[in-house]
Structure formats: C-alpha cells, structure tokens
Design a protein. Sequence first.
Length: 195
Amino acid sequence: MHKHLIKSFLSLIILASSACTKDKLIPDFKATSITPPSGGSNNPNLSLPHVNEFLAKNTLNVCNDSVGGNYKTSDWIEIYNPNDLPIDIGGYFLTDSLPDKTKFQIPTNQSLKTTISAKGFLLIWCDDLTNLGPLHTTFNLSKSGEQIGFFKSDTTLIDTLSYGAQTQDISYGRTTDGGAYWKYFNPPTPGISNY
C-alpha cells in the first residue's frame, strides 16, 4: 500500500513537470460554434484565413511602418491564408474580447496591405496605433492572458482561442500552419511557416 502511494505521488510529480515543458503540445480552445472538419480535428475552418501565431510580450520584432521611421516593438497576431489563391481580409474583425466581436475592423480600402498571398502570412500589430495604417489594431494583447477572436466581415466566427500568461519574446502558435495544437516558439516565427 505504501509503495503504491509513493508510486502514484511520483507519477503526479512527473506529470506536473512535463506539463510545464516549453514544447508541450497545448490544445487550442475552440469556440463551441466551430464545427470541426471530418475526422474530429480541432482545426479552424481551413478554407478561411485564421490565427496562426501571436506574441503578447514583444521586444524583438520591429514594426517598420511607424511615423518618421520611429520603429517600435508591439504585440502582434499572425494570420495565415491556407488557400491556393490570395485573399483580402479587409473588413474582417479582430478582438481581444470575444463578447466584443467588432472591436477592430481591418480597413476595407487598403487591399495592397490587407491581402494575404496563397499559403502566406500577414502580421497585424496590436498596439492601439491605428493612425499608423491598416495593420494596427485598436487594442494591445495582455501578457497575463486573455482571448483572441477572428471574424468575417459579417461577424461569422472563423477562429478563437484563450491563452494564459505569456513570456517575453516567446510566441505561441500552431505546431504547423493551421494545425490543431499549439506550442511556444523561441525564437518566434513571424511571417514565416511554423516549424
């Protein structure tokens, strides 16, 4: 009996320590309104662009469209286009609060900046500096954890996730582009394929 308790206790310690491993696969928290594709996968709607990676505590990646060349680091969200054709996400919505699904609308008149190439990526800066251009949201990401939601222009939900406390300069993204599971990336992979 005593040996069984010790063995159980050691198993719990091992399980707890493995849960803290940086590369541990962490399930994506999907909204209940998302219907998984056949096979029971937890992927977003793979026919639409979706959130692929984000960094909520950034000091490395520099936004180069600041006014007067005053480059700055900001939180960012990477959107991935899984299609074989480009897609303009002008008119789509991003939010850091799921009840407020229209918190930030990506401008519709800037297609040169808001079009994502086939199998390509687009960084959206979460810095509350919309005066800098169409790829700057009206909100920042919380490093202590919150939600991210991505909606079509008619507010149809595409993709959503909840996340906990984040570490400086370590991003959180899908294990593969469009994959169902998430892990931490050190270094981050903004604008390129997740590995």
